[in-house]
Design a protein around this ligand. Structure first.
Ligand code: FCB
Length: 453
């Protein structure tokens, strides 16, 4: 079995650097009867939306099996676990608090703490309660205020027992893919809707920040964004310009308002009827300081010019993952150093997601996923290089702990370092999980020895 190895002096090996695994509520929890339906439940019922026509009703049965899953996490030797809270498990359609639902997360955080694992909570990983979508979802400004109320309920219950609160996961997906590209729930295809949803999501983030600080003053508060370097398909001026526009539209659109209080200039290039409505004072709410920036990184993207706008060119050359994504670790170093160059010193960063889907096979209770070990090693080296180049990265979370419901791809994509048999719910640690475990445990031993000296 291959091993994970990093340069001996790497900061990733220091005791301050945090390693963890990540999941999200809708993708693993199941127990749909104990929460309100979300936009993903609705979406899954619409023919043709999910590749294998599956849904999240059972998923990994995590609500039922959470104690075993926590033991599994502890056995890996990680410092931290990132998960998300299902809004609809906490707030009912009538606005009352579902105490049982909330208690599930309190128990989870307590159990993690008892094992010395810090909890990194994401408040919104795309599973908007359907009762809010029925009132316009993220197109309705009121949803941002509802989010702040929900954040208050969670922060009052969990307070400082949680190490970090991220308001949102990847608003690019919950705005662009969901309201503009028609790929994710609720499945609209409309540029104005996409821009408006993005604005209200960012507003929700900004409204929640002071509330989280109030109720959890010793926790860190921030947001998780996904970035992908945007490369031109050819060296032509038109394609280079297209790639630059894609970078502004997909990457900068979410980070720049938070750090500077302004959207990219590209906003001015949109037709008047495509621009979001922005109320006076919104940009101040959005741009308050964050303690950390969560970064999700998977691949790079290539664009060409199309009618003076941009259009993506899917990769065809191997090495590709089963998602069809190019394996391109250097893109992580590139995009973060580039963002820091453009926007100035970035807040402390956690890589909150990174991982890959491969065609895993179970043979004699083992999964020999060597390609995933290479993927992790390559990307950990990219994190190492980022730090060397002056980007403050504090931690790294592997996506994902478990194979799970991969959104529009259903259960066809396996991102876990643990294989899940979706009939029996049996979990098998893949070789990548074994390699990471070996790396994490050796590192712990190393820092313990160093501290004892
Ligand atoms: C990210 C999502 C996560 C998972 C990975 C593969 O965009 O945050 O839930 O689906 O992609």
């Amino acid at each position: 079995m291959k091993k994970i190895s990093l340069p001996e002096h790497s900061e990733l090996l220091s005791s301050e650097f945090i390693f963890g695994v990540a999941t999200s509520s809708f993708q693993i929890e199941g127990a749909a009867d104990q929460r309100e339906p979300s936009i993903w439940d609705t979406f899954c019922q619409q023919p043709g939306r999910i590749k294998d026509a599956s849904d999240g009703l059972v998923a990994c049965e995590h609500v039922q099996r959470w104690r075993d899953d926590v033991d599994l996490i502890a056995s890996l030797g990680v410092d931290a676990y990132r998960f998300s809270i299902a809004w609809g498990r906490v707030i009912r359609a009538n606005g009352s608090v579902n105490e049982n639902g909330l208690a599930f997360y309190v128990r989870l955080v307590d159990a993690l703490a008892a094992l010395g694992i810090s909890a990194h909570v994401t408040l919104y990983h795309w599973d908007l309660p359907q009762y809010l979508e029925d009132k316009g979802g993220w197109l309705n400004r009121e949803t941002a205020h509802k989010f702040a109320e929900y954040a208050e309920v969670v922060a009052q219950a969990l307070g400082d027992t949680v190490a970090s609160y991220a308001t949102l996961n990847e608003p690019f997906c919950s705005a662009y893919l969901s309201y503009e590209a028609g790929i994710h729930a609720p499945g609209f295809k409309d540029r104005k809707k996409g821009r408006q949803a993005a604005h209200h999501l960012l507003l929700a983030h900004g409204l929640a920040m002071p509330i989280l600080e109030k109720h959890a003053p010793n926790a860190e508060h921030g947001i998780v964004l996904n970035f992908s370097p945007c490369h031109p398909a050819t060296d032509s001026a038109a394609d280079r310009n297209a790639a630059a526009m894609a970078h502004a539209y997909h990457n900068l659109w979410y980070l720049q308002p938070i750090l500077t209080g302004n959207y990219p200039d590209l906003l001015g290039r949109l037709a008047a009827h495509e621009r979001p409505e922005i109320a006076l004072g919104d940009m101040q709410i959005i741009s308050q300081p964050i303690d950390f920036l969560g970064v999700n990184y998977y691949t790079r993207t290539v664009f060409r010019n199309k009618n003076d706008w941009f259009s993506d060119v899917p990769p065809t050359e191997p090495p590709l993952t089963t998602m069809g994504w190019e394996i391109y670790p250097e893109g992580l170093t590139e995009v973060l150093t580039d963002l820091q160059h453009t926007l100035g010193k970035l807040p402390p960063i956690y890589i909150t997601e990174n991982g890959a889907a491969f065609p895993d096979e179970v043979v004699n209770n083992r999964v020999h996923d060597e390609a995933r070990i290479d993927y992790y090693n390559g990307h950990l080296l990219a994190v190492h290089r980022c730090i060397e180049q002056g980007v403050a990265i504090r931690g790294y979370f592997a996506w994902s702990l478990l194979d799970n419901f991969e959104w529009a791809e259903g259960y066809t994509q396996r991102f876990g370092i643990v294989h899940v048999n979706f009939d029996s719910q049996q979990r098998i640690l893949k070789d990548s999980g074994r390699a990471l475990r070996q790396f994490w445990q050796a590192r712990k031993l190393h820092t313990q020895v160093a501290e004892a000296l």
